[in-house]
Design a binder for this molecule. Structure first.
Ligand code: ATP
Ligand code: MG
Length: 152
C-alpha cells in the first residue's frame, strides 16, 4: 500500500493530544506533504507511535518533540524524531533496541512498559529497507535518526 507519512504522523499527534497537553509537550511536526512510502501501514505506524509514546513517557514534562524529514534521495527518506528531555546515559544508547531492555528499571517499572517498543521499531525500519540509530543531543534529549526506503 502507498502510505502518506505526513498523514500518518498527523493521526498519531491527534491520538496522543490529551497526553501532550497533560505533560505540556509541544510537538513540532516539520513533515511536508507528499512523503509517500510503499509499505505496510501498521508497521510504519508502529515506528512513529512507539517513538512518540516513549518521548511522552520518559523524556519529561515541558519538552518539545521534533519530527522531521531532513533529507531525501532517490531511494530513501531520512527522518529524525528528537525530544528535548532527559535523554539516557551514553552506555545505554546502543542497547536501547534490544528486546526487553529498559534503562531505569525502577523508574520505568511504574511506567509499565515491557521494553519491546524500540525492538519493534528497529524491526519495522529494517523491513522497510532502512536503519536506525539513537544519540543524545548536545542540549539534552534523545534523538532517533532513521531511513525508510521509498519502495521496499
Ligand atoms: P514498551 O515500549 O514495550 O512499552 P519500553 O517503553 O520500556 O516498553 P522501549 O520502547 O524499547 O521499551 O524503550 C526502552 C527504554 O528506553 C525505555 O524503558 C526508556 O528507559 C528508554 N527511552 C526510550 N525512549 C526514551 C526517550 N525519548 N527519553 C528517555 N528515555 C527513553
Ligand atoms: Mg516504549
Amino acid at each position: 500500500e502507498r502510505i502518506d507519512i505526513s498523514l500518518l504522523v498527523g493521526n498519531i499527534i491527534n491520538e496522543v493530544s490529551l497526553e501532550l497537553e497533560e505533560k505540556q509537550i509541544t510537538v513540532v511536526n516539520s513533515l511536508k506533504k507528499s512523503i509517500q512510502i510503499k509499505g505496510n501501514y501498521s508497521l510504519l505506524y508502529s515506528i512513529f507511535r512507539n517513538l512518540m509514546d516513549n518521548a511522552i513517557a520518559y523524556a519529561g514534562t515541558n519538552i518539545q518533540i521534533n519530527i522531521n524529514c531532513f533529507r531525501e534521495d532517490e531511494n530513501y527518506y531520512y527522518f529524525s524524531v528528537a525530544d528535548t528531555g532527559i535523554g539516557v546515559s551514553p552506555e545505554h544508547l546502543n542497547r536501547l533496541f534490544e528486546r526487553f531492555y529498559r534503562v531505569d528499571k525502577g523508574r520505568s517499572r511504574k511506567l509499565g512498559g515491557t521494553g519491546l517498543g524500540l525492538a519493534i521499531v528497529k524491526n519495522a525500519v529494517i523491513i522497510h529497507g532502512g536503519s536506525i540509530s539513537a544519540k543524545n543531543n548536545q542540549g539534552g534529549g534523545l534523538e532517533f535518526v532513521f531511513t525508510l526506503a521509498k519502495e521496499k
